[in-house]
Design a binder for this molecule. Structure first.
Ligand SMILES: Cc1ncc(COP(=O)(O)O)c(C=O)c1O
Length: 361
């Protein structure tokens, strides 16, 4: 440590984000169900666009992302002028904290909320405020009670990760209505596409000037490795975020692949239907093994065990069988394992392995 060169206060308090494990030493034939990825990958149209983009590698990309924003606007019925694109929705979350929260400001999120809210708040020098959930579900009253004159941002993911639970549009509206005037409500819709007919809060955004949503191509679109996300909100907020966005934050390859992916809604519908079928199958199979879960609206199931010890032992056994799921102790759920809904073979494999674990106990 150099005594003279120091980061901004609070930066060294940030705990490093740990992604889902991808391998187990000495074990082959792995099935990775730890990062909520689409087991089928991206659509063929997106892959073709990715390959075509190789011819543009020497060109700088567009700085305004107009073609991708138009595709998003047409697909979702949104105003493309109020769409902002980023390196994953992580980057949009980061822009929001950087632009709106600083020292002495508070950034509110829920007890089992996505870890990047805390990290981005602390990176901006703001104070993260964690609010209890009720039965692993966002509690609007608890959030409203925690807000004060210092609250600048309130993040909720709907559906939430890692719980998979969701609150109604009426509850989200009640939250937006109850916030102090200087606070922005951020609706994180990373898993919104998994919910049939869900607008992720778009109608509320149109009706108000203090609500933003973030979306990603990392989940149902199967493009987590390429890093593309977007945000939508009132003009006054998107204008601010664009001022701190790097002009070339997305490459031609990201932009062109994302545009083709967004325009291929048949593929999204197919993945949504496959996921719903296998999610139901997996949750039932786990329940029969004595492992309950809340009704999930996303592409994962949060399996609850009797204790943290049992969850840990099950995780260790699954890894020995080449099945990688996610431990969620860092989300204050030490007795749970989050299991991504894979293809039929992967779902059968994880259920079989948990059955062996339960039987062996
Ligand atoms: C709730 C939630 N929000 C945002 C993200 C970030 O997604 P990305 O940066 O890949 O778009 C994730 C990824 O796991 C997530 O679960």
């Amino acid at each position: 440590m150099n005594d003279h060169i120091r980061p901004q206060p609070g930066i060294l308090d940030i705990a490093l984000y740990e992604g889902g494990k991808a391998s187990v030493a000495g074990v082959t034939n792995i099935v990775k169900l730890s990062s909520n990825e689409n087991p089928f990958g991206p659509s063929d149209k997106a892959k073709d666009a990715f390959q075509r983009s190789v011819h543009q590698l020497h060109r700088y990309p567009s700085t305004d992302h107009a073609a991708l924003r138009d595709a998003i606007g047409e697909t979702h019925g949104l105003d493309p002028a109020r769409v902002i694109c980023g390196v994953g929705s992580d980057e949009i979350i980061h822009f929001l904290c950087q632009a709106y929260a600083g020292p002495k400001d508070e950034v509110v999120y829920t007890e089992h909320g996505f870890l990047m809210y805390r990290i981005s708040a602390m990176a901006a020098g703001a104070t993260p405020v964690e609010v209890p959930e009720r039965e692993r579900t966002t509690d609007v009253d608890a959030i409203l009670r925690s807000c004060n004159r210092r609250t600048k941002l309130v993040f909720i993911a709907n559906p939430n990760n890692p719980t998979g639970t969701m609150i109604s549009a009426a509850e989200v509206e009640r939250l937006a209505n109850g916030l102090p005037p200087q606070a922005i409500l951020v609706l994180d819709g990373a898993y919104a596409e998994y919910v049939e007919g869900f607008d992720a809060g778009a109608a509320l955004i149109e009706a108000r000037d203090n609500v933003v949503m973030t979306r990603t191509l990392s989940k149902i679109y199967g493009l987590g490795g390429l890093r593309i996300g977007w945000g939508y909100g009132p003009k006054h907020i998107i204008d601010v975020l664009n001022r701190i966005r790097g002009p070339f934050n997305l490459s031609n390859t990201q932009l062109e692949t994302a545009e083709a992916a967004v325009r291929d809604q048949d593929y999204v519908a197919k993945c949504r239907a496959d996921n719903a079928r296998m999610r139901h199958w997996l949750a039932e199979a786990l329940a029969e093994l004595g492992v309950p879960s809340d009704t999930s609206m996303a592409n994962f199931v949060l399996a609850r065990f009797a204790s943290a010890d049992e969850a840990e032992a099950c995780d260790t056994f699954l890894q020995s069988q080449g099945v990688i799921v996610r431990r969620v102790a860092s989300y204050k759920l030490p007795h749970c394992l989050r299991i991504t809904v894979g293809d039929a073979a992967s779902c059968r494999r994880v259920a079989h392995a948990i059955g062996q674990f339960k039987g062996a106990k």
